[in-house]
Design a protein. Structure first.
Ligand SMILES: *Cc1c(COP(=O)(O)O)cnc(C)c1O
Length: 242
């Protein structure tokens, strides 16, 4: 007999799912003695339709994360709400920087100076500086995006002086694991690094870390932004992810 309680999340409406995610965030904050206003929820709407964004918006959600530029642009251009903040969280190719600089408020996945320079040059003068986070390859995985910890300080120093970027913090996607100790190890390294850099760069405060599978330990370790897709919008059709 089918167990109704353990039905997969994609059968739960966005309303219920978003409420559950808020609850999880609040619990994680409470048990680690943090104030829930310290953690911003980024709803990752990649591959999902604008109607899903709209539904989350009606429930008060304002920050949305997108990975695929074409998919994102269709939503951004048709979105009716002026106060939505769009975050680019996908891999950045050089030929896409202009579009990103024109349409997004935040970029989480900066890991090369060349891309940073292009984003700064291409950011329109009438827009606020593009808020950027530097992605760190914290689990030192081969073929994974992100700057190595050893190269981070040099990149931070170079990005910090670019006129049309506002360097706000760090981001990571640690190696996937269910082991909470391993999750915490990676997240704590990020927090230590942010704290160290923050002494020289007071505006470098954000830590974008934690996804559907590890948001609780990310918050316990100090995340200021969690990026949640599956647990809000349901499973994605992986064929839609190029
Ligand atoms: C897809 C994605 C997420 C959301 O992942 P879920 O496991 O669906 O919550 C978060 N961050 C990045 C960078 C992603 O690409």
């Amino acid at each position: 007999m089918q167990d109704i309680i353990s039905e997969p999340n994609h059968d739960v409406s966005i309303t219920q799912a978003l409420t559950q995610v808020h609850h999880r965030i609040n619990q994680a904050c409470t048990s680690s003695g943090r104030d829930q206003t310290e953690v911003r929820l980024l709803a990752v709407s990649k591959t999902k339709p604008l109607s899903a964004v709209n539904q989350a918006y009606q429930l008060g959600q304002r920050h949305f994360g997108e990975n695929y530029l074409q998919d994102a642009l269709e939503k951004i251009e048709h979105c009716m709400f002026g106060d939505v903040c769009w975050h680019f969280i996908g891999a950045i190719q050089s030929n896409k920087t202009k579009t990103i600089a024109h349409h997004f408020d935040w970029v989480h996945t900066l890991d090369r100076l060349k891309i940073a320079r292009r984003l700064s040059e291409q950011r329109p003068d009438n827009m606020a500086p593009l808020k950027v986070l530097i992605q760190v390859n914290i689990s030192q995985e081969k073929n994974k995006n992100g700057v190595a910890l050893a190269d981070l300080d040099e990149l931070v120093a170079a990005v910090d002086v670019l006129p049309n970027l506002a360097l706000c913090g760090l981001m990571c996607i640690p190696a996937a694991t269910q082991d909470v100790d391993q999750q915490s190890h990676a997240f704590n390294q990020m927090t230590t690094t942010r704290d160290r850099l923050n002494k020289s760069y007071p505006q470098l405060t954000e830590l974008s870390m934690g996804m559907s599978g590890d948001l609780d330990s990310a918050i316990a370790c100090g995340a200021t932004m969690v990026r949640i897709g599956t647990d809000i919008f349901g499973a994605r059709n992986t064929h839609a992810e190029q």
